[in-house]
Design a protein around this ligand. Structure first.
Ligand code: ADP
Ligand code: MG
Length: 348
């Protein structure tokens, strides 16, 4: 049989790690990205640079691949939908469309009777004046946000005038949860009631960007099982194929909330590369390429630290690592503030 070629849209670090996982399975990867400096071109077999609405270039990409997946959410629905008329796109474009919009995503979660934060749609500035009940809160763009981008903390109504908010975009206003902890659950679904699920991961954000992740999460047994059940429920309801991550909040009274769903591999799961027999990336490739599902086994507890901006520098100078430490450099050309440049996983 000829080798499978997996097409991946998006060329960031998640694309790199998917490519490395595919290589291990003897699957070739072609990456399509609108960034000519996309770091994943260092890890994939083929790289195509093009905009996400460049029909000709996308056709060239689609013709090369047997199955298409993606490593980030913000791809136009029309693009994924057009591709899906020619080749299998997994997860399905309709799932990505649902999750691209925070309002639709949260409505979907609520329909499953799973708790989310209190939220409401904000179309214009004057809407907020009647929404005192949602304060203190965070105003978030309904689409295109990530790593805290497009988010504005609002403590009181007067804040809005100081914030220079672009109201040509749509927002939700979300009430602030008094956080005790944040966790995530990563699941790879292969088909109906067929999945592999990782144990909950505890996450610490700084400046709304993930900084630390670790397993085991220090959580109650109830939260441990409830978070996994909710993730399974979401994956089954979406008839999802591939790896999906559910981010959760836990409040001071030990209530669990779904924060958001990522229809893709996730930063909090980087530690699965070293801590499990099969990483979230390998599992994703296995699921979308219809390979066997292998039972998950944890090798060790682990913690992961994201290296943001110039924090990568000392590690690039050949810092000596212990045997249980694994350093990943995403090989991004430019070091920028708040940019994820690499990470270190330590097995515990
Ligand atoms: P992004 O798409 O940028 O990841 P999130 O909605 O996950 O956006 O927000 C990023 C982080 O900001 C969260 O992980 C959490 O630390 C904080 N945050 C967001 N919304 C709330 C909220 N309603 N209450 C408390 N903290 C929040
Ligand atoms: Mg998030």
């Amino acid at each position: 049989m000829s080798r499978i070629i997996l097409g991946i849209i998006g060329g960031g670090q998640l694309g790199s790690m998917l490519s490395s996982a595919a290589k291990k399975l003897d699957i070739k990867t072609t990456i399509y990205c609108d960034d000519i400096n996309a770091p994943a071109q260092n890890f994939c077999d083929e790289f195509i640079f093009g905009k996400y609405d460049d029909k000709e270039k996308i056709l060239q990409f689609v013709n090369q691949a047997n199955v298409i997946t993606y490593e980030f959410e913000n791809i136009p629905y029309e693009t994924l939908n057009e591709i899906s008329k020619k080749k299998s796109v997994l997860p399905k474009p309709s799932i990505n469309k649902l999750i691209q919009n925070r309002l639709i995503e949260k409505d979907f979660v609520n329909k499953l009777n799973l708790r989310t934060t209190q939220y409401t749609f904000v179309e214009k500035k004057s809407d907020i004046e009647t929404l005192k009940d949602f304060l203190p809160g965070i105003l978030k763009t309904t689409t295109m946000g990530y790593d805290g981008k497009g988010q504005y903390p609002i403590n009181q109504l007067e804040d809005i005038d100081k914030l220079n908010i672009d109201f040509s975009k749509q927002y939700i206003l979300e009430k602030l949860v008094k956080l005790k902890k944040e966790i995530s659950v990563i699941i790879t679904r292969f088909g109906s009631n067929s999945y592999e699920i990782y144990e909950p991961i505890e996450n610490i954000h700084e400046d709304q960007i993930l900084k630390y992740s670790k397993i085991p999460a220090e959580i109650s047994k109830t939260i441990f099982s409830q978070s996994k059940e909710w993730a399974i429920n979401i994956a089954e309801e979406l008839k999802y194929i591939g790896t999906l991550c559910v981010e959760f909040f836990i409040d001071k009274n030990d209530n669990l909330y779904v924060n958001e769903i990522a229809p893709r591999v996730h930063n909090s799961g980087h530690l699965t590369i070293n801590a499990y027999n099969i990483s979230q990336f390998e599992n994703h490739v296995r699921a979308v390429c219809s390979l066997d599902k292998v039972p998950l086994k944890k090798i060790a507890n682990a913690k992961m630290v994201n290296l943001i901006g110039s924090q990568i520098e000392p590690y690039r100078q050949n810092i000596k690592l212990n045997k249980n430490e694994f350093f990943f450099d995403y090989l991004k050309k430019e070091t920028k503030d708040k940019r994820k440049m690499g990470h270190i996983t330590t097995l515990l």
